[in-house]
Every structure is written in structure tokens, then in C-alpha cells.
Design a protein. Sequence first.
Length: 180
Amino acid sequence: MFDSSRAQIVGGIFGVVFALAATISAAMLGSMIGGMMAMAMGGGAGVMGGGVSPFGGGIPFSFYLKIFFLDVIQAAGLVIGCLATRMIFKGAGNLASDIYIGGSCLLPAGLGLLVGALLGNVTFWLFLLPLLFGGCYCILMLYAGSMNIGKISEGKAALSVPISLGIMFAVVYVAARVLM
């Protein structure tokens, strides 16, 4: 539905929104886990109050910048995975379509992380439910994008999903080893 330049912009925006949501979620989860650890050690701090402050106190702000950068690299890694599978299976489209597929696939995962982090403050198990929905949507959108936008056949599109995600995880692993 978009022309190439708009698809590229929308995919990029979706990737950045994912990175912001994932970074905020990491800060919230870090605070929640720090609070639980303080409570377990007899510090008396509850999950909602006390513990490790998201942007001050225990964890430096530079750590969250690294997390944000890794999340952006994760979005770029999925774009690389989409590009690679499109080339392997001789699909249609161009780099703009890969950027759009990669960004739009990660958006539900980022939303799932953010909602999960918010609900995780109530009980940790509520963290998993939105994350499950976001992860499933990510996989389904990656499959549909491979078939409908990349014009890859159904059988090959099913194979393209783990290949794309595997490439994404490999890119993130290498970047994390370099950054951390």
C-alpha cells in the first residue's frame, strides 16, 4: 500500500518505537527485580517502591543507552534477516519492503514487552501473557510479510521465519559481545 520511501520511513519508525518500548520495559523490569531482591534480602522494600531506580541509584543511564542501542540493532538485524531470506528464496520487493516487514513485526513484540512490564508489577506471571501475544504476532506478521510482500511461497515462507529470526539473534549476539 505504501510506495518505497514511505514503507521505509514507516518501518524505521516502527523499529525505533520497538526500541523505545523495549528499553522502557528493561528499566521497569530492572526496577521490579531489584525491588524483589531487596525484599527477599529483608530490606523491606516492596516491588512497587524501593529497589533499583530505573534511571538513577543503582544502574547508570549509560547502561540504558546500551540497551536502547542493542534494541535498535535488533530491529536492524531483523531487516537483515528479511533481506537475506528474500535473496535466498528469490522473493520480490526491495530493501524498503524488508525495512517495513522488520519494523512492523517487532512493533507487537515491543508492545507486549511494555504491557508485560506494566502488568509484571502486579505479579510477575502477568508479564508473560502479553509477551506471548506479542511474540506470536511477530512470528505471524513475519510469515505473512514473507508471503504477501516478499512473494515467497508458503512452504519457503515458513522456513524464512526461523532463518530471519536466527539472523537477527546472531546480529544481536555479536553486537552485545562488542558493546557489553
